[in-house]
Design a protein around this ligand. Structure first.
Ligand code: GLP
Length: 241
């Protein structure tokens, strides 16, 4: 693991954007794994800026998002489909058919997980996976005590995650209890991984991910066993390292 501590949230986003842009310059038909949440927003803003100013070309890029809430369609403003559209996809020249996000409305979630894994495999796997981290050290929606061998699957969200994510909803009761998420195995199979974290409230999770034991109780700790991970932090998220 390489750890890069930056001065600010914006700087964190800039460094992450450089890695993503570098990947696309090297391989224009890259397969990117993408994350939602407040953390990667500064990275998406920078990538949009690079697209506008120097024409970073997304026309051959394929994306797979980590997760989606179960029961939320793409038109729901709280859905991760909607989030990605608003914050990233509508601002770049990516082809809609190259964008993939788990279907939160699928009747058969197991079949949806299998379909998603097959799509990733058909594209030759993920070249670069971008991750945020939950306060309980989850990645994607892989909550503590997840099975490390899991691929895309249905997850029940932890109370802590529901409370954390309630800031995006009118109240905590509106937060879905279930999601469909890439599994730890899916994430670990990516060629390169970038993990982003900012803010004091992530410091404990970052410590567990980088310095703690590798254990399903801290799902992000598995990344210590991945051969190419860059962890990009702001000072606050790095304060326990
Ligand atoms: C969510 C997402 C994760 C994200 C995490 C942190 O639950 N499923 O992919 O990394 O929480 O979110 P934020 O960046 O808003 O702190």
């Amino acid at each position: 693991m390489r750890v890069l501590i930056t001065d600010s949230y914006d700087q964190m986003g800039l460094e992450a954007a450089k890695i993503v842009a570098g990947q696309i310059y090297l391989k224009p038909n890259s397969v990117l794994g993408l994350a939602t949440g407040s953390t990667p927003l500064s990275m998406y803003e920078r990538l949009v800026a690079v697209h506008r100013t120097v024409g970073l070309d997304f026309s051959e890029v394929t994306t797979f998002n980590l997760d989606e809430y179960i029961g939320m369609g793409p038109d729901n403003p709280q859905s991760y489909h909607y989030f990605m559209q608003e914050h990233f996809f509508k601002h770049i020249n990516i082809k809609p058919e190259n964008v993939h996000i788990p279907n939160g409305m699928a009747q058969d979630v197991i079949a949806e997980g299998e379909r998603y894994e097959q799509l990733i495999a058909a594209k030759g796997g993920i070249d670069l996976q971008v991750l945020g981290i939950g306060q309980n050290a989850h990645i994607g929606f892989n909550e503590p005590d997840v099975k490390f061998a899991a691929t895309t699957h249905k997850v029940e969200l932890d109370e802590e995650t529901i409370l954390d994510n309630s800031r995006f909803f009118n109240n905590v009761d509106e937060v879905p209890r279930y999601a469909i998420s890439m599994g730890i195995k899916t994430i670990m199979m990516a060629e390169h991984v970038v993990l982003l974290a900012n803010g004091k409230n992530k410091a404990r999770a970052v410590y567990k991910a980088v310095c703690g034991d590798v254990t399903p109780e801290a799902p992000a700790s598995i990344l210590q066993l991945h051969r190419d991970v860059v962890v990009i932090l702001d000072k606050e998220a790095a304060e326990l390292l």
